[in-house]
Design a protein around this ligand. Structure first.
Ligand code: FRU
Length: 309
């Protein structure tokens, strides 16, 4: 009898409380937010943007989980949100392929899913929100080709190539420099991480005497490359271009003369909450929402940068 009671108590404990809300102040909607990592300032900003936008509504409750750059952990987080029965899921996935099945499973279980910034494969989600990375890459390519007068040696520090922004910032860039005399003399996957970028740049510097510009897929990597060049006394002979453009990061680097340009990559956090509210309110949303981007240079930064053409 006692064993039975203990078993019953244990099974009750193991059953997750259903998180369902009604969209009222007393019973707010419950949104699960699966963030792939909080290691970079950009992701901290994304969560802050989501939190701020959500706080403007008294009928929403967002639960954040940080997968600490571990795909398996993120998969488990998505599954936990599903078994908790959240009303809606926001996922910013580390990698496309391995996170496609859990996202599809959540969606097929009837939970609306907003995929934010990095894509998954296929179409088993409600809406994708993000900036156009191909367009950003292409704009960067064109800007760089013009800046270097159509010729020069470029180092490309690529973001994690199993994530879609890395792939798109690469293919867009290659399209942007097509037909120019620019040569990519060194390219490598720095996995979005500043320390990796710094190490890779050390190798590039030791192999090549003439490097005209570093195109880095994010600002942390551009900064890591600049640190490596500075340590080698070569930072004044090389231009650095990055992507993200946070006021406290990329824009500050432009102001300090570290970056020749940086391309804004908005977090989409505010748009995710606005979209979540329309979905939860029964509205129709498009399959894809593209957030606009800007370029910041020393010439235009005082005026808030310039929209991508
Ligand atoms: C942060 C980050 C950003 C980059 C984005 C791409 O983890 O690497 O720097 O723009 O992810 O998804």
């Amino acid at each position: 009898m006692r064993t039975l009671q203990v078993l019953l108590a244990l099974s009750l404990l193991a059953t997750p409380a259903l998180a369902k809300g009604k969209g009222t102040q007393d019973s707010p909607w419950v949104i699960g937010m699966s963030q792939c990592n909080l290691g970079e300032p950009w992701r901290v900003q994304m969560n802050a943007d989501i939190k701020k936008a959500a706080e403007a509504h008294n009928n929403l409750n967002v639960i954040f989980k940080d997968a600490q750059n571990d795909t398996l952990k993120q998969r488990a987080h998505i599954e936990e949100f599903v078994s908790q029965g959240v009303d809606l899921l926001i996922v910013s996935p580390k990698e496309a392929a391995p996170l496609t099945p859990p996202v599809a499973k959540a969606f097929k279980a009837g939970i609306p899913v907003i995929v934010l910034d990095r894509r998954v494969l296929g179409g088993d989600y409600t809406v994708f929100i993000g900036a156009d990375n191909k367009r950003i890459g292409e704009a960067a390519g064109k800007w760089i080709a013009a800046k270097l007068g159509g010729a020069g040696n470029v180092v490309e520090l690529k973001g994690l190539m199993t994530s879609t922004p890395g792939q798109d910032r690469n293919s867009g860039f290659r399209k942007g420099i097509e037909g120019s005399g620019l040569k990519v003399i060194f390219e490598t996957d720095m996995q979005w991480l500043e320390p990796n970028a710094r190490k890779e740049m050390e190798s590039a510097l030791s192999r090549f005497d003439k490097i005209d510009l570093v195109y880095a897929h994010n600002d942390p990597a551009a900064h890591g490359a600049w640190l490596a060049a500075k340590a080698a006394g070569r930072e004044k002979n090389i231009l650095f271009v990055g992507i993200d453009g946070l006021p406290q990061e990329g824009q500050a680097y432009v102001n300090q003369g570290i970056l020749a340009a940086c391309f804004e990559y908005p977090t989409g956090g505010k748009e995710a909450i606005e979209t979540a509210l329309s979905i939860l309110g029964g509205g129709q949303v498009p399959k894809e929402i593209v957030v606009p981007s800007r370029v910041f240079t020393p010439e235009n930064i005082k005026n808030g940068g310039e929209a991508l053409k």
